[in-house]
Design a protein around this ligand. Structure first.
Ligand code: PLP
Length: 240
């Protein structure tokens, strides 16, 4: 199957409420071009250097300036400047420390950064993200982050063929989303953050649930995902 056909298949199978993030990490820019030509616009990268290089390649193609870049990998605070100017969403904010650093970067650079909180919901302990307790601390604290818009959650299920395990992981992510939305509903953050940077109040929604990858996206969509992140299902095995 060609990249073009894969994109078309996903776009035709996904409900209109679910966005497709094409995970182009470890694939050369030409793969992005092929997906773009098939109508794909959201591309997700996991390494700052690689994202930065691809953004520069994109700049050389006048016809591809409406790509929306997302970041989905572990982001070290000393790499923010390679990532934050170029992305429309950081899906992988996995600690309060990183969130604080993004907020101060936003303050210095006059940009409000849209983020998702990556939540640890799998039983794989290599996976990063906010634990339940960390998320509870975050939503219980009074500290405001006016240059960060928390737009939802991102999570990965355990790598397994056992559907029950995957469903239980995704359900945990949905529960974290409920916790977050309760907080946003009450949050003083919203008006404060928006006025601080002069943004339009209607533009911030906390409604994104990024869940589902090549192996488990059907389950994720059935359970209420609003964005799937598909890499190998579109581009094949990773190369670079
Ligand atoms: C690599 C990656 C994906 C894509 O994985 P595939 O199984 O190739 O679809 C999705 N999400 C995150 C966070 C990733 O790092």
């Amino acid at each position: 199957m060609s990249i073009e056909n894969n994109i078309k298949n996903y776009l035709s199978e996904l409900p209109p409420t679910v966005r497709l993030a094409a995970v182009s990490k470890f694939h050369p820019f030409d793969c992005i071009r092929q997906a773009y030509q098939a109508g794909q616009r959201i591309f997700a990268e996991s390494r700052p250097q690689e994202l930065f290089k691809k953004v520069q390649q994109q700049a050389q193609c006048q016809d591809m300036n409406d790509i929306e870049w997302h970041f989905i990998g572990h982001l070290q605070t000393n790499k923010l400047k390679m990532v934050l100017p170029y992305v429309s969403l950081v899906q992988s904010v996995d600690s309060l420390h990183l969130l604080q650093a993004i907020d101060s970067w936003g303050r210095s650079n006059g940009k409000i950064v849209d983020i998702l909180l990556e939540c640890h919901v799998s039983s794989d302990d290599t996976k990063q993200g906010f634990s339940y307790d960390e998320l509870l601390d975050f939503v219980s604290s009074d500290v405001e982050y006016p240059f960060v818009h928390v737009c939802g959650v991102m999570g990965m299920a355990t790598l397994t063929d056992d559907e029950d395990v995957i469903r239980a992981d995704f359900q945990r992510l949905l529960d974290r989303m409920d916790l977050l939305q309760d907080w946003i509903g009450e949050s003083k953050n919203l008006p404060h953050g928006l006025s601080a940077a002069g943004q339009n109040a209607s533009s911030w929604r906390c409604d994104q649930i990024s869940m589902g990858m090549t192996g488990d996206w059907r389950i994720a969509v059935e359970m209420g995902s609003t964005m799937v992140r598909i890499g190998s299902g579109i581009f094949g095995p990773r190369e670079l």
